[in-house]
Design a protein around this ligand. Structure first.
Ligand SMILES: [Zn+2]
Length: 457
């Protein structure tokens, strides 16, 4: 429950312009559980931890008192909540229910189900503020299991609630919105140890526009490199973290598996051309989180498949073009794309993203009006948690998806109970990198074949 509560507050407190204020009703004197978040780690009680974590995020006001609110979330199992949403995650599954009870299930300290519950709950808050309720009505109930990659209207049991010892041997490529959560979830899971190399090549480090969805970091980390800051925050578990604050191409000592959490296709190319023995990849697109198991056996994809490298005008050039326009032209461009002029000017001056300025950027880039883009924390929380859960499942030898012939799973927040879950996801026939007859793929297939070919029907 503490994992669910903290991640829910952690996201709501960052949703500036979606959430106006947060009122938290938390029993006093509840001891803070271990490894809920490094942002609240020093506190003795849960309520003190929430207060200190919210102060570090310092965006949406958080008060520890009962106040009237538009949306009421109640964390934990129990009876139907009158006029509110019950939020419960345990083990590998989490979700929400309106107007129905959620029975208690076997207790677990795993963060996976709780993080999924928090993601679906905050998506419902986002829906209330931003999504057309006629097109996409609120979910009565919705649950998703990371063990079986199934969605349903009730809690889905399955998977060990207490882990046996799991010893990792991973490189995490990308410590951004998705990657920092993958690292966070691995850190928060009991019985997980081993070696993880954190790699992030973003030379600008953490910037203020990242904070709305980089749930591991806070204001005090602005300007710092992502990988080594994550390592400093995630000390104090049995995992031996190493870091490389630079591109993957220059990273030393790669481990047997790469966890790919990068968000540009060029970087996915760099991951794939390492031809690792095992490769899991998580990503987000609008309100969809997905995880892919890259495996050349059974017609599966590589990390380059379906991800053409961007042939795009750099941001700096688009910003320069906008700054060079006359004030009248600037006003007209902003109006044409239904963007706020001051936000567009802020983007053109500083590169600030996450505002309506991005719409103008995307439209300038595409030469046509762009669809609205979402950069919201609950989708990256889901994707990062999917990646962490999947790597633990690989170590457990779990004979459940994903597998060499069910390579892909999707959780979407438009109608979460209707998420597709696990499915077959073939290679892109136009992908130049993983042509089955190529020498590189022969080497890759030989490396991948060291793993058991399990789970294939
Ligand atoms: Zn490919």
């Amino acid at each position: 429950m503490q994992h669910t509560a903290w991640m829910t507050i952690n996201m709501l407190a960052r949703l500036d312009r979606v959430v106006g204020s947060i009122s938290v009703v938390c029993p006093s004197g509840v001891a803070l559980a271990r490894r809920i978040s490094p942002l609240i780690g020093g506190a003795a009680t849960l309520s003190e931890g929430i207060a200190s974590g919210a102060a570090k995020i310092d965006t949406v006001p958080v008060v520890l008192a009962a106040e009237p609110a538009d949306v009421r979330l109640v964390v934990g199992p129990g009876d139907a909540v009158d006029g509110g949403i019950r939020v419960y995650g345990e083990g590998w599954c989490g979700g929400v229910a309106r107007g129905t009870a959620i029975p208690k299930t076997d207790p677990s300290t795993l963060p996976f189900g709780p993080y999924i519950a928090a993601a679906i709950a905050v998506a419902e808050v986002f829906r209330a503020a931003r999504i057309d309720p006629v097109l996409y009505p609120p979910a009565d109930s919705a649950f998703y299991s990371l063990w079986s990659h199934q969605a349903a209207h009730t809690y889905i049991a399955g998977g060990p609630v207490i882990l046996p010892a799991v010893t990792l041997d991973e490189t995490l490529a990308g410590v951004g919105a998705v990657g920092c959560i993958c690292a966070h979830a691995i850190w928060a899971a009991d019985c997980v140890d081993g070696e993880v190399l954190l790699v992030d090549g973003d030379m600008d480090g953490i910037d203020i526009t990242n904070l709305n969805r980089y749930l591991l970091f806070a204001h005090e980390h602005i300007g710092l490199p992502k990988a080594s800051t994550a390592r400093a925050l995630l000390a104090g578990s049995d995992i031996n973290w190493s870091v490389h604050d630079g591109p993957l191409e220059e990273a030393p000592g790669l481990h047997r598996r790469i966890l790919c959490a990068v968000d540009v296709n060029e970087a996915r190319m760099a991951v794939q051309t390492r031809w690792p023995e095992s490769l899991l990849m998580a990503s987000t697109y609008e309100l969809r989180a997905e995880v892919v198991r890259c495996d050349p056996r059974h017609g599966g994809p590589c990390a380059r498949c379906h991800n053409d490298p961007e042939a795009i005008t750099p941001d700096e050039e688009l910003r320069r073009q906008f700054r060079a326009a006359s004030p009248k032209q600037q006003q007209e461009i902003a109006g044409r794309h239904n963007a706020n002029l001051s936000e567009v000017i802020a983007w053109a001056k500083t590169g600030e993203c996450g505002t309506s300025g991005e719409r103008v950027r995307d439209a300038l880039r595409a030469g046509q009006p762009a669809p609205p883009a979402f950069a919201v924390p609950f989708v990256s929380l889901a994707a990062g948690t999917m990646l962490a859960a999947e790597v633990v499942k690989e170590h457990l030898g779990a004979a459940v998806p994903l597998s060499p012939d069910r390579q892909h799973a999707t959780l979407q927040f438009w109608a979460p109970a209707a998420s597709k879950g696990a499915s077959c996801y073939g290679r892109d026939p136009h992908c130049p990198l993983c042509r089955p007859e190529s020498e590189a793929v022969a080497v890759w297939r030989e490396r991948v074949s060291r793993q058991p070919d399990r789970g294939v029907a």
